[in-house]
Ligand binder design. Structure first.
Ligand code: UDP
Length: 330
């Protein structure tokens, strides 16, 4: 397939792009490199430095590209930032996806894989989370992703768009060959921050809340290795038929606490990694982990990384060999 990939200079997008290319597909990347990194984009793909808000460039690119499918990663994805600047999130996520869908309709591209999130569930009534649980996001980020899922569903009926919303849990780890990995600026995610402590770039890791109703009092998350995530994207795009809207939880099915993640990182790095219990972070649900049964049954997917230590090992290899990430971005 010829696949148009938005946001492939970002963390998840860059790993999924490689999976796609390794599997023999062709890809054109569309990314404005404001948060992503040129060095993360596989050289086998053509990179167009473009903004989804630039409808002229977007249309021209889709018109000449003759694409069979789209993978759409480009989005803003910081919960805290979304609370303070919701309109940026509605513009960048919802409005830009609307432009993308309009252009796809115009050029009759009817296959899409979309990066959704477990944040669309808000605080789930129970865990593990199944796809049939109510979607009730508690922050603007989650609401923008849910609004996009609604658009996709409606476009399936109206003009035959086939799409899959992949509701990611916590993407983690790095490519097993150590060439690409996670680099956000500023960094806010647990595993890279913990590893920055191990590298001596930070003094300690803060544990946001130790009084949650969880086994050890810290929050529980489902860390899915980014290469397992890439496999899910490939399976989804290859099995996508037109006119069908699908949605899957994408996680390992294992809940791991913040304290357990730090402990695993101590084992992997051999570093003491001082940890400081602090107040809860606003908007953090106590426990989020997936029931991935639907994904496994319908797409035949199985995670390779089921032990948090193996996932941290790949991240550690990346951070050690790239202590400044991709360096000066773009
Ligand atoms: N977390 C933490 N200290 C940090 C960063 C994150 O305790 O410095 C916790 C956070 O409260 C959450 C978990 O680690 O429970 C994962 O957070 P992250 O930001 O990596 O991903 P999120 O779950 O927000 O998507």
């Amino acid at each position: 397939m010829r696949v148009f990939v938005t946001g492939a200079a970002g963390y998840v997008g860059s790993h999924c792009l490689r999976g796609l290319l390794d599997d023999g597909h062709e890809a054109v990347v569309y990314d404005h490199l404001s948060t992503g990194h040129r060095g993360a984009v596989d050289e086998r793909a053509e990179l167009i430095e473009g903004d989804l808000a630039d409808a002229t460039l977007l249309r021209a690119t889709l018109e000449r590209g003759h694409f069979d499918a789209v993978m759409h990663f480009a989005a803003s994805a910081e919960v805290g930032e979304s609370v303070h600047d919701p309109l940026h999130y509605y513009r960048n996520n919802v409005a830009n996806t609307l432009s993308l869908l309009e252009a796809m309709r115009e050029f009759a591209i009817r296959r899409l894989v979309f990066s959704s999130t477990c944040a669309t569930y808000g605080v789930p009534p129970t865990v593990p989370i199944t796809e049939e649980m109510p979607q009730a996001p508690i922050n603007p980020y989650g609401r923008t992703k849910l609004a996009i899922e609604w658009m996709l569903r409606d476009c399936a009926t109206a003009w035959g768009l086939g799409s899959t919303a992949l509701r990611y849990f916590n993407a983690a780890g790095a490519a097993a060959d150590g060439t690409i990995g996670e680099h956000h600026d500023p960094e806010s995610h647990l595993i890279p921050l913990v590893l920055q402590v191990a590298l001596g770039q930070r003094d300690a890791i803060k544990i946001f809340g130790v009084d949650y109703p969880t086994p050890d009092g810290s929050c529980v998350r489902d860390y899915i290795h980014v290469e397992d995530l890439a496999t899910v994207h490939r399976l989804a795009i290859e099995s996508q038929s037109e006119g069908q809207f699908r949605y899957y939880n994408v996680g390992t099915g294992e809940g791991v606490s913040v304290k357990e993640t730090i402990e695993a990182s101590r084992e992997v790095t051999g570093h003491a990694i001082p940890a400081l219990p602090t107040a809860r972070r606003e908007g953090d649900p106590p426990q989020l982990y997936a029931d991935p049964t639907k994904l496994m049954t319908e797409l035949g997917w199985k995670p390779i990384y089921t032990d948090i230590r193996r996932t941290v090992e790949t991240a550690w290899a990346w951070h050690q060999s790239h202590p400044s990430g991709f360096g000066a971005s773009a």
